[in-house]
Design a protein around this ligand. Structure first.
Ligand SMILES: [Mg+2]
Length: 143
């Protein structure tokens, strides 16, 4: 049983494969995408993704562009940015654009797992609040 479904997005295929194996071994369900376009395509077919782990630096759409598209089209999904030393400022810009957090590459697997757990909890709490608001609305209409 996985505790969260994540989508790992990075243009380095070797990195994707290694991380997919390691995270799957730690009870995550892991989808992968090799570009921003690919990420948005996978998301449109998998509405139940909890957390996107997103490389900042990619050819084509970069991490910030992908983040903005995710916030617009999938507002409940949480995003963790992965960055190298050279792009920390971009990762911080990501935080200002609604990313849950960011992590430096090469990332420690336990740190990443802890962040995924926190992000998943935030999403679940958010969904619960929305459900309660909808219940209130329905019961309010019945009275
Ligand atoms: Mg990259």
């Amino acid at each position: 049983m996985s505790f969260a479904k994540v989508l790992l997005v990075d243009d380095e295929v070797g990195f994707l494969n290694i991380m997919q194996k390691r995270l799957t071994g730690r009870d995550l369900e892991v989808l992968t995408a090799e570009s921003g376009d690919d990420c948005l395509g996978v998301m449109s077919k998998n509405k139940d993704v909890d957390v996107v782990i997103l490389d900042v630096k990619m050819p084509g759409m970069d991490g910030i562009e992908v983040l903005k598209a995710l916030r617009r089209d999938h507002p409940l999904v949480e995003v963790i940015m992965l960055t190298g030393h050279a792009t920390v400022e971009t990762a911080i810009m990501g935080m200002k654009n609604g990313a849950f957090d960011y992590l430096m590459k090469p990332c420690d697997i336990d740190n990443l797992l802890n962040l995924v757990k926190s992000a998943k909890k935030k999403k679940a709490d958010h969904e619960e609040k929305i459900l309660q608001a909808q219940m209130k609305e329905i019961t309010g209409r019945m009275i």
